[in-house]
Write a protein that binds this ligand. Structure first.
Ligand code: BGC
Ligand code: CA
Length: 337
């Protein structure tokens, strides 16, 4: 008995000396660029759920879309003694200084959703990124429009063989905004259509701004000229649909319908698909992005190597976890609800 106890105490002290961190000692500090973002709320909820399963502790704060606020939050986490950080930067070009704060303490840091520059990713051995290949989502959303035009020749209202479209872009500087825009246009061209941009503007991922911008475009070019609307995310696409509905469009009359696509596959977007107001979307997998981020932080906090065995996801170049996008159509949307 006594011998056994002594032995355990000895083993424990050796582990403590080696700086081992147990599951129950893991405290991850996370910052989300702003809580009031539909997609990131999904990621956040999945992060919490996963940490509950793993048995560590997770704190999450709202960076209120302000980079200085986020910088202070990271300092507070460091002072508090967190064992790993998860950061969804407000401004992805600010990832460098945040990485340096982590590096100075030897703290693991996992960036999510807003990809740091390659130089920042290379400058530290305990930095990771979890995200999705924006090009993929751009291509898939463009293909949704192509498929619709191939099945519905009348969608080319003025019969000029071109798709006259409106583009609602995400936040300036966000890799998802730039690449989704570029690759969705490329996909329409690759699908065999000429394209003509009737309007393109940023609506900052936001539904209300999406409605406002769409109303502006409707007033400027006229509803009968617009043949498709592409939103870099679902909230902006849904905002555009509100503007169309206000004109009696996308309410069931096939003559008054403009195909609208988004990205994310949020619950309201899937709902809109079920009602026939939205043509399609692309799954931006909040569940797997949230899970992967927390699993990396949890394992890294315990000093484990980050690989498929430790976290259940393929790790590219030792630092990147890429979660695939999935095209969501009328045929498969129910699987995502
Ligand atoms: C999502 C947007 C979200 C943005 C936040 C994107 O990947 O598609 O819905 O607003 O990330 O950074
Ligand atoms: Ca046309």
């Amino acid at each position: 008995m006594r011998k056994g106890l002594l032995f355990s105490v000895a083993v424990l002290s050796i582990l403590c000396v080696a700086g081992a961190v147990f599951a129950s000692d893991v405290l991850v500090g996370a910052c989300i660029y702003k809580f009031d973002d539909t997609f990131m709320t999904g990621v956040r909820n999945n992060m919490k759920a996963e940490m509950e399963k793993l048995g560590g502790e997770l704190e999450i704060v709202d960076s209120q879309n302000k980079q200085p606020v986020q910088n202070d939050q990271v300092d507070t986490y460091v002072t508090k003694g967190v064992t790993a950080l998860v950061v969804n930067p407000v401004d992805r070009t600010a990832a460098g200084p945040l990485m340096e704060k982590a590096r100075a303490e030897g703290l693991p840091i996992v960036f999510i959703n807003r990809e740091p520059d390659a130089e920042v990713m290379k400058a530290y051995d305990k930095i990771w990124y979890v995200g999705a290949r924006a090009e993929e989502s751009g291509t898939q959303s463009g293909e949704l429009i192509v498929d619709y035009f191939k099945k519905n020749p009348d969608a080319d209202k003025n019969k000029d063989g071109k798709i006259q479209y409106i583009m609602l872009r995400g936040e300036q500087g966000h890799q998802d905004a730039t690449l989704r825009t570029e690759y969705s246009i490329k996909a329409m061209k690759d699908g065999g259509f000429d394209v003509e941009e009737l309007g393109s503007d940023t609506a900052n991922w936001d539904k209300v701004q999406g409605t406002d911008k769409m109303k502006g475009f409707i007033a400027a070019v006229g509803l009968d000229k617009i043949e498709a609307v592409l939103g870099n995310n679902d909230d902006m696409a849904l905002g555009a649909i509100e503007a169309l509905k206000a004109e009696g469009y996308n309410m069931g009359d096939p003559k008054k319908y403009i195909p609208v696509v988004g990205v994310d596959a949020t619950a309201p977007a899937l709902e809109a698909m079920s009602k026939g107001t939205m043509l399609g979307t692309v799954l931006n997998d909040a569940k797997n992005q949230g899970w992967a981020a927390v699993r990396i932080a949890f394992a890294a906090a315990q000093g484990k190597a980050i690989d498929k065995e430790a976290i259940g996801y393929e790790v590219t170049d030792g630092k990147y976890v890429w979660i695939p996008y999935v095209k969501v159509t009328a045929e498969n949307y129910k699987e995502f609800m």
